[in-house]
Structure formats: structure tokens, C-alpha cells
Design a protein around this ligand. Structure first.
Ligand code: IPD
Ligand code: CA
Ligand code: CA
Ligand code: CA
Length: 262
């Protein structure tokens, strides 16, 4: 496990927010839920968790800025360092009682994620990564899977939902990928998808139209687990264009090439 002051601060914040999410998960009927757009829900649980993380990190690093899903951007006096926060990644799962959701927290320095923490308070799985320090699940070092052929791989993807994304494009991608792999999965939390890719549970992951808070922590998690991450054009503009492909060096490359044909 990484015990740097930075990771300690991040872990403390997500564990505290995780306790509020775990409490609210048992009382989902009592939560106020509203819609941000078609098929796009937000609840009091998302806001409470975000308030907790914001308060903790503002106290620990008063100069850093924030980019948060619910509150948006809050400028800091240190322009190099920004916390990128998804207080509840997988709100739809959460509201349906599906115990697959996470808190995703990254520190982005000059546009590059340098530390990340992803936490599922139900399974108590805590993923941490810091630049040059490796990636860990709880106390255990994690690495991306070593499979070399797509045909042997379990690949995870995100699906466009009502009101969001390009459905025709996704259907073309699915038609190409699905006959080439040994299994396809969808969890409902992009941060978990990337954490599980870092841990070698999934061989690869792709999704389009994500936001920076869905993937900033996952990007460093995969990289520190020895994996590779790119956008759909083989570039590194994931945080700008929202598209991501991740896996080990070979599998990411092969999947990216295949998706490009769609
Ligand atoms: C969503 C999840 C989901 C992905 C969606 C995201 P939210 O985040 O990461 O897996 O497919 O695109 O919006 O809204 O639950 O934080
Ligand atoms: Ca959301
Ligand atoms: Ca999210
Ligand atoms: Ca969210």
C-alpha cells in the first residue's frame, strides 16, 4: 500500500464519504432524487458524498482547485493542481440497489492524473495509485492481465443510455468486438471498469463520451498497474474528448484498431 501524505489525505476523504454512501445505500427510498436530463439521475447521496470530499480536501490542501460532477469547477490559488471528483460513480446502480458503485478521486497536475483513489464502500475495495508508486487493491499490488489474444479476453464496455451518446456508433462497435472476444461485460461504473481492468479482472475496457471525473483516477490506476490507456485515435486526449480504451499494451492496441473500423 502507498503511505505518502497525498494518498493518506485522499484515502481519508473517500473513506469518510464512503461511510455516508453506505448508510444511504440502505435507505434508498428515503433519498431525494432528481433528473439532470433523460436517464440521468442525481440524489441527495451524490451531493452529501461530494460535500464531504470537498470539505476534507479543502482543509488538507487549501490551494488546490476542484472539478466535481455535481458542483462543477472551483478555482484554487494553485493553478497546477486540481482534484477531480466523482462522489458517486454508478448512481443508477445505487438507486436500483445494485452494490456496484464507487467514489472516484484523482489529483490532476498540469493536466495529467498523478494520483487516484477508487473506493466501493459496499465491497470495501479500495484502489490507490500514485505516479511511480504502482497500483494497489487494499494492501495488494495489482497488475493488468497478461493475455495476448483478444479471443481469450473478457472485455468491459460502457453503453450509451437514453439521451446520451451515439447509439448507432456503439452498435457498430459491438458488432465488431463481440464475435472476437471470449466475454463482454458492463458494470455501470466507469471508475470500477478501469479499476477492474487495472486489477486484471477485465482484460480491457472501452467507453465513449465520459467526463473527466469518470476516468481521471482510473487512468492512473491502469497506468500504474502496467497498462496502457488511449483515446479512440490512439492519442492521449481522453480527458478532453471523453473516449477511452484501456488494457495491456497488446490488447489495448488491438481493441483500439478494431474499434477504429466501426
Ligand atoms: C456514469 C457511469 C457509467 C457510465 C456513464 C457515467 P454516474 O456515471 O460511470 O458507467 O456509462 O457514462 O455517466 O453518472 O453514475 O456518475
Ligand atoms: Ca451522474
Ligand atoms: Ca460518473
Ligand atoms: Ca456521479
Amino acid at each position: 500500500m502507498i503511505r505518502s501524505p497525498l494518498i493518506t489525505v485522499m484515502v481519508q476523504a473517500v473513506r469518510k464519504a464512503g461511510r455516508t454512501l453506505a448508510r444511504d445505500f440502505g435507505e434508498v427510498e428515503q433519498l431525494q432524487v432528481s433528473m439532470k436530463g433523460p436517464g440521468d439521475f442525481v440524489s441527495a447521496a451524490d451531493r452529501k458524498a461530494e460535500d464531504t470530499i470537498f470539505a476534507e480536501l479543502s482543509r488538507a490542501r487549501p490551494n488546490y482547485g476542484f472539478l466535481m460532477e455535481e458542483r462543477g469547477a472551483v478555482e484554487g490559488t494553485d493553478p497546477a493542481n486540481t482534484w477531480v471528483v466523482d462522489p458517486l460513480d454508478g448512481t443508477t446502480n445505487f438507486l436500483h440497489g445494485i452494490p456496484i458503485f464507487s467514489i472516484s478521486l484523482a489529483l490532476v497536475r498540469n493536466g495529467v492524473p498523478v494520483a487516484g483513489v477508487i473506493y466501493n464502500p459496499v465491497s470495501d475495495e479500495l484502489y490507490v495509485a500514485e505516479s511511480g508508486q504502482g497500483a494497489y487493491l487494499n494492501e495488494r499490488r495489482i497488475r493488468v492481465a497478461a493475455r495476448r489474444k483478444l479471443a481469450d479476453c473478457v472485455v468491459c464496455c460502457g453503453l450509451p443510455h437514453m439521451g446520451r451518446g451515439n447509439h448507432d456508433q456503439f452498435n457498430r462497435e459491438l458488432e465488431l468486438v463481440q464475435p472476437q472476444v471470449s466475454g463482454l461485460r458492463r458494470t455501470g461504473s466507469a471508475a470500477i471498469d478501469l479499476a477492474w481492468t487495472a486489477a486484471g479482472r477485465f482484460d480491457a475496457f472501452w467507453e465513449r463520451n465520459l467526463s473527466p471525473w469518470d476516468m481521471a483516477a482510473g487512468i492512473i490506476m491502469v497506468r500504474e498497474a502496467g497498462g496502457y490507456v488511449s483515446d479512440m485515435d490512439d492519442g492521449d486526449k481522453m480527458l478532453d474528448n471523453g473516449h477511452i480504451v484501456a488494457g495491456n499494451e497488446l490488447i489495448r492496441r488491438d481493441l483500439q484498431k478494431l474499434l477504429k473500423k466501426a
